[in-house]
Unconditional design. Sequence first.
Length: 345
Amino acid sequence: MTKTIDVAIFGAAGYGGQELLRLLPAHPHFRPVAVTSQRYAGKGVEEILPQLEGFFPDLRFTRPEAPLPEGCAAAFLATPHGVSQQLFATLHERCPEMDVVDLSGDHRLKDKEVFYSVYGAEHRFPDKAKDFAYGLPETNREAIRQTAFVANPGCFATGAILALAPLAEQGLLEGDVTLAQTTGSSGSGAEPKSGTHHPERAQDMRAYKVLSHQHQPEIVQELSRLGLARLEFDLAMVPQSGPFSRGIFTVAHARLPADVDAAEIYARRYGPEPFVRLRRDTPSLRHVARTNFCDVSVHQRGRRVVVLTAIDNLGKGMAGQAIQNMNILFGLDETTGLLAPGANP
């Protein structure tokens, strides 16, 4: 008999929450029994999200403070940063045995001063952030298995860390390391903004938050952890807005010591990983669209190495990875409910 695990999705009307609801019907174990939304409380999920018609006929949005159904075992927090920290504290007090995956940035950064510098506000529960494992399974799988709380990585951070982790683990990151990362408009969330309005973006390309994006300290934190703090590198991150809705394409530049075969390092490191696919040529965003895959290619000329990665920012960069993490928390095969091919075109 297939075991059913009842889950709640907080912030289910946002893009992350919608993607969770799109993916979970294919999952043989996780069943959404509670979905929250301040704006749509009392309305049916299929009324607000017609793309889900026929999948959740009896499910209605509730307010975040509403009691959860009895037996609810886990929660996805698809809520904005600043909201998730208070929500988790309340939820943990009410349901201390509940497993939680937080899709926001509230529990990723372990240094409270770094958190303040990034988000411009004090973390109200800094000790609780230390209880969260960083949720990139490819680099932190054992820590995820040993906890009940996971901080899902940022979308930019996922593409960047997977691009550079094999080098960091070998102590090969040194000097200047640069990231040029282009994201789709869905990365800014479901609320309309001038920068994501289609006529402003469709025929344009621009950079933003150059050298100051909120995911940069997260990337540095995790690459330094992988390098056991023996790395001495200076990361320069240039985020860019692309004229598409889904996906993040990363171009990472680094300089290696002499006589290092980067392709061999990546092949050995990522060969066993179910959601990392090595490409001989450039990855393509459309090949990872609506999947949990990260496609990677490595290009080397002498000591110069360029690593390219492509992910779906709502898939491997958000909801897909959250389900992958929840699978690990419950001792399931981490690919459960997530193995689907990409689209072309």
